[in-house]
Design a protein around this ligand. Sequence first.
Ligand code: HEC
Length: 112
Amino acid sequence: MRHLRSTLAFAALTLAGTLALATAAPGQPAPSQPPPAPDADKAAPDPTLALIQAKCTMCHDTGFILQGHHTAADWKDLVNQMVARGADVSDAEADQIVAYLAKTQPATPPAS
Ligand code: HEC
């Protein structure tokens, strides 16, 4: 009985080893890189920049907007002026754009 059990165990190990070898067949390297995972945060352009490009470029281009440097209060005034001119943004979108511009285009410190 003892002998039979160890023989069965050996057979099982041999089978397992064969399967493992078959799985790791040479000539079929594992994929070196996983497929690129969709990472909205990193891959997509800033959603507010996309909003500006969608809403603020019918009269001038984005570069014209992004060349300016203003305080948050001045950006708010400017965006309000653009809304008065006809920029089609909701209050929430205007706030979002003001926050974005205040962060990315802050007033340059005065050259002393
Ligand atoms: C209906 C047309 C129109 C739309 C839409 C528009 N603008 Fe303007 N924008 C103008 C005009 C005209 C000027 C030039 C104003 C001037 O020279 O006094 C201007 C000027 C500007 C300036 C420069 C202001 C300065 O004096 O430095 C900024 C910044 C600006 N726009 C931002 C925006 C933003 C942000 C949006 C979207 C929310 C927007 N604009 C949408 C017409 C528009």
